[in-house]
Write a protein that binds this ligand. Sequence first.
Ligand SMILES: [Zn+2]
Length: 500
Amino acid sequence: MPIAVANTVAIEGIDAVPVEVEAHFDRATESSFRLVGLPDTAVREARDRVRSGIRSATPFYPTGHAVVNLAPNTVRKVGPSFDLAIALALIAAAGHVPPGPLRRVAVYGELGLDGRVRPVRGAIVAAESARRLELAAFLCAPESAGEAALVGGLAVIPCATLADALAYLDGSRTIEPAAPASAALLNTARTSDLADVRGQPLARRALEIAAAGGHHMLMVGPPGVGKTMLARRLPGILPPLAAGEALEVTRLHSVVGLIDAGHGLVTSRPFRAPHHGASAAALIGGGPALRPGELSLATHGVLFLDELPEFRRDALEALRAPLEDGVLRIARARGSVTYPCTAAIIAATNPCPCGAPDLSGCSCTPERVAAYRRRISGPLLDRMDVGVRLARPAAEVLRGDRPEGSAVVADRVAAAVERQTARGVVRNARLDPSAIRHVARLDDAGEGVLRRAIEGMRLSPRGVDRSLRVARTIADLAGDERVTVDHIGEALSFRLGSVA
Ligand SMILES: [Zn+2]
């Protein structure tokens, strides 16, 4: 009997690796089913699902000796996404599916015991892999077809059951290719508006600057002053995702299974707020499954680190390198790959560990406060271009007029981003030192202010660069070509020497 082959895909971290499922079937011997090339625990489950799926959905359950191999065996295969390919290869090896058509498609789905095809994570990445192999079609569950169809250049065939896939392959039924699905919403950022945040004019200004220049930001203030409310509104004042950015965000969310069934392109900027108990791997990615971390999932969006000093020390240490280098190294089975680190980080902390609303209610010893503040290391603090302290607003402020809404602020941010783009820079926060000297040259009065700050605030050379980047952003928000004394003055006011 010939060997039948079905093409499918394994997801490794954020990559798709082509996998061939080879099936050989021999009627002459006793009935058995060997599955090789999968980790031990997965083999039994896959075999049970496939056997039951074929029996339920088709008249073709082969009797005899079947061997199925998932190649290459150097690729790590996890999850149930190989079921559909195993079933089809097996049926083809038994002679019930023409092997030619099967060879020209990629199949990607889990099988239910009743023969239903279930969606699996990473459909868009898997479909991209099929297109690179120049395969004609991609067969998957209807729920993930809209996501896979975003890829374009190959027909995505929604198959509700194993029987649908067989009918498509032997030509007994025409199945209309799926159209790209409507947008997926990742969060509630759209519905939360800056107009809901009363008071805190300084923090609102800091947020606008952070958004306009792509700067990381730290907020220090007691519980209940609106730190989380402000952070949640950052995605809503950033410019809309560009087409390429939206695809990148979609891929990252797809491989971890965060695209809801029936949805496609992610069009809103991500907002990730991991708990402070998160491990280093959870934050920056890795672990045995090479899962992208929170920092990756916040790509082109916002990573909110609330109660920063409460985060695990090793997790904060792990964040340092990507923040310093501006690139994110993601581990893969073979070597690692680097991506630009494009998440805006917004961190928040209480002034002291007891979380008292003001100093008079604080029950902390000076040693405890000092230890708490030391938890945010100097280098990490130094990455926060924009720092701001928040206090509880007065009652009349809370009763006052509704403040400016997100749409107005977003317009100013968009204009400032356009000015940066016109100069040929991605974002001011990522200007390298030589470029800063060029685009953020100060007038004489500005130089004087900066010189005094270097002495008075003990500003390091790195700190000078950071303040100049922020000053450039403030000038961009104002629509000014030159960075003036006012701009550098305001930038310096957003430097926090310490969390105190
Ligand atoms: Zn306290």
